[in-house]
Design a protein around this ligand. Structure first.
Ligand code: CAA
Length: 260
């Protein structure tokens, strides 16, 4: 499948999706949303694919935000009636139950930062820069920044970022807990693909349920989350992969997963 604004390739059990509008610093327009939604649905439906990496083309940006030129002439009523940005959170995140990683190679600003934060976790190059500069355009985050950044780094830092529009470098992002790890820029894609391959080699139902449970921690009370966690565990122990995983441990060999 070929797309207008992204490229997609599979390497073993890992899907690599690259935002491909380098001249616009991979700005996110409606076509990018349509292409990503389709590519993520294809990944979700493909039983052989077990982890996905999303990155940006070029050496400058993961994505410099929602496409300002697309929004320039739109009126408030257009944004409201189209429920502009709804597709990003409604489809990309909620319908993707399998794991995916954002490999942030440069600017992740506005919608770019928000897209990265939709991932299960972020790996960032040492030259990555994160920010929610929407205030400088007279607006505010629209793809989850005010909510996800606040949950990721806490109120004070999220508020400062949103109110000043300043950028955070990779070191600060790591200290603040926004990203999982910093990787030298030259190794970012290689490292992200290796990390994804390691996840892809795990029992797939366990990977999906681990993901679901960590996400649930942001959505529920501790008590409800602990109940859900135990139920999830109790479901996983009924899988063939649990029997195989524990037998393989005792027999000192690698597990051979059936995915059920
Ligand atoms: N939308 C559309 N085009 C963009 C863009 C964006 N968000 N960001 C960069 N571009 C385009 C520029 O217009 C420029 O195109 P032209 O050559 O045709 O003029 C090209 O990409 C290169 O950009 P610059 O020349 O500006 O590159 P730079 O190295 O001087 O600066 C930058 C890099 C600091 C990232 C700067 O481009 C910038 O500030 N971009 C805008 C960042 C921003 O405000 N993002 C938030 C958008 S709103 C949003 O995302 C809402 C939301 O919450 C969903």
């Amino acid at each position: 499948m070929t797309y207008e604004t992204i490229t997609v390739e599979t390497r073993g059990a890992v899907t690599l999706v690259t935002l491909n509008r380098p001249k616009a610093l991979n700005a996110l327009n409606s076509q990018v949303l349509a292409d990503l939604t389709d590519a993520f649905a294809a990944y979700e439906a493909d039983g052989d694919q077990r982890c996905l990496v999303l990155t940006g083309s070029g050496d400058k940006a993961f994505a410099a935000g929602a496409d300002i030129k697309e929004m320039l002439d739109k009126q408030a009523a257009d944004f409201f009636l189209e429920d502009f940005f709804v597709g990003w959170t409604a489809d990309l995140v909620k319908k993707t139950r399998k794991p995916w990683i954002a490999a942030v190679n440069g600017f992740a600003l506005g919608g770019g930062c928000e897209l990265a934060m939709m991932a299960d976790f972020i790996l960032a190059s040492d030259n990555a820069k994160f920010g929610q500069p929407e205030i400088k355009l007279g607006v505010a985050p629209g793809m989850g920044g005010s909510q996800r950044l606040t949950r990721a780094v806490g109120k004070s830092k999220a508020m400062e970022m949103c109110l000043t529009g300043r950028m955070m470098d990779a070191e600060e992002a790591e200290r603040a807990g926004l990203i999982a790890r910093i990787v030298p820029a030259a190794n970012l894609l290689d490292d992200a693909m290796k990390t994804a391959a390691a996840i892809a080699a795990m029992p797939p139902m366990a990977a999906m349920m681990n993901k679901e449970m960590v996400h649930m921690a942001f959505e529920t009370t501790l008590d409800q989350g602990l109940i859900a966690e135990r139920r999830m565990f109790q479901i996983l122990v009924a899988t063939e992969d649990k029997a195989e995983g524990m037998a393989a441990f005792v027999e000192k060999r690698e597990g051979q997963w059936k995915g059920r």
